[in-house]
Design a protein around this ligand. Structure first.
Ligand code: CTP
Ligand code: MG
Length: 404
């Protein structure tokens, strides 16, 4: 058995020894069959939550009323969930109640897509009552049972379907696709945080362009934050090569550019992104605007903006213009490497030095002089050494006095 499953095998065995059924389920089994990197391992069992807790020394009750207990095994947490069917979903996002059942089949039946409804036992035997393996072979995303029902139980599943398209390059089964078109408006019941999580996974996928196109074609985009009037722009965004981007900041930066977002702050806040990320995206957008208005990179601009944000902005710019990303990154890397100082902290003199040298109290002149020194150091007019800078300042003063 493959490594990540092997490590969790002890949990399955322990449950079975006590007369319960237990299986690996969900995304990990799907990803094993796909040969993809395996993420979190989930286990489904006939044991009730309190029975699971009794069997293992280290457990965390993260939602036993919904059937889930975390079991810590070899330092790794595993979600162990009791076989369940979901009760009525009145708000299209979470079941009002769950009913624990003792049958694996019933548990698999309530899951979203056939490829996600495959169980694997301790001997690696697959239990696949809904044709999940066949769907994987045919590369289709197909709901378990009636699509409309699955989506009205949890409307986020429509986003999940499209982000799986982006991650796996699969297509949507016809009925699944039609049900998304017909039920797209149910997405408005879903919290922004959950939508954002799926949308980010979509943007990161190797087939992101296909995912973006599908958001438009199915009409799902209308119910995503701030996107309802962006149909044309989203189609355009789908034409870019999203695979060239390698950070969240770059992805949101490209999105803001492609959609011609005027107020990026409001846009990013509507998606409830963390402050740090919003700051990063805004820095990238500011660089793009600066470069557009004032021309290409200078040593000074690179120093002020810093290499990381500069590369992000240049990557976004190259993706939009279709120019080779690597070439621009390399130019920036070389330019940055050649800068005598990379940050303000590296300057060999401080405001205190200047006040001592000129025997004057602090004031705006200190900041101005430091900026002049910084400029001179960056442009190689003076070495970044205390004495050299002192001499340079004295020469500069002499010249200025002569000119007065
Ligand atoms: N809205 C949802 C979310 C999850 N599931 C079921 O719960 C499993 C685990 O959910 P989750 O970890 O959220 O998704 P994964 O399919 O594992 O995808 P990922 O690889 O992104 O974790 C899914 O495979 C699916 O069987 C579901 O039926 N409906
Ligand atoms: Mg998972």
């Amino acid at each position: 058995m493959k490594e990540p499953f092997q490590k969790a095998l002890g949990i399955i065995r322990q449950l079975k020894q006590h007369g319960y059924e237990a299986y690996f389920v969900g995304g990990a089994v799907r990803d094993l069959l796909l040969g993809r990197k395996i993420g979190d391992i989930d286990i489904a069992t006939s044991a009730l939550p309190h029975e699971v807790m009794k069997l293992f020394p280290k457990t965390i009750d993260i939602g036993s009323q919904h059937g889930t207990v975390v079991v810590i095994c070899g330092g790794t947490p595993y979600e162990v969930t009791t076989f369940r069917t979901d009760g009525d979903y009145e708000d299209h996002r979470r079941p009002e109640s769950v009913t624990f059942v003792r049958s694996l089949y019933e548990d698999l039946k309530r899951r979203d897509f056939t490829m996600n409804a495959i169980a694997m036992d301790e001997e690696e035997k697959l239990i696949d009552p809904f044709g999940g393996q066949d769907a994987i072979k045919k590369q289709v995303i197909c709901t378990v049972g009636e699509a409309k029902q699955r989506f009205s139980e949890d409307a986020l599943r429509m986003m999940r379907a499209i982000r799986f398209v982006s991650q796996l390059g699969f297509s949507l089964a016809e009925e699944t696709r039609r049900a998304i078109v017909e039920n797209a408006s149910l997405l408005s019941h879903i919290s922004v945080e959950r939508m954002t999580m799926e949308f980010e996974k979509l943007l990161e996928g190797p087939f992101a362009s296909r995912g973006l196109s599908l958001l438009v074609e199915t009409g799902l985009f209308s119910y995503l934050p701030q996107l309802h009037d962006k149909e044309r722009e989203l189609k355009e965004a789908a034409g870019y090569d999203w695979n060239l981007l390698d950070s969240r900041g770059q992805r949101w930066g490209l999105l803001c550019q492609a959609l011609h977002i005027g107020d990026a702050d409001a846009f990013l806040r509507a998606w409830k992104l963390p402050n740090r990320l919003i700051k990063e995206v805004k820095a990238v957008l500011l660089i793009l605007q600066t470069i557009r208005s004032f021309g290409d990179w200078t040593k000074e601009r690179l120093f002020v903006f810093g290499l990381e944000h500069a590369i992000s902005a240049e990557t976004v710019r190259s993706v939009i213009s279709g120019e080779p990303v690597e070439k621009h990154r390399q130019i920036l890397n070389e330019m940055f490497a050649a800068l005598p100082i990379k940050t303000k902290n590296e300057l060999a003199v401080s405001g205190k030095d200047l006040m001592e040298w000129f025997e004057k109290p602090g004031g705006p002149w200190v900041k101005e002089m430091l900026a002049a020194i910084e400029h001179a150091v960056i442009h190689g007019e003076v070495d970044n050494h205390k004495e050299r800078i002192y001499e340079w300042l004295m020469d500069r003063n002499r010249i200025q006095e002569k000119n007065c």
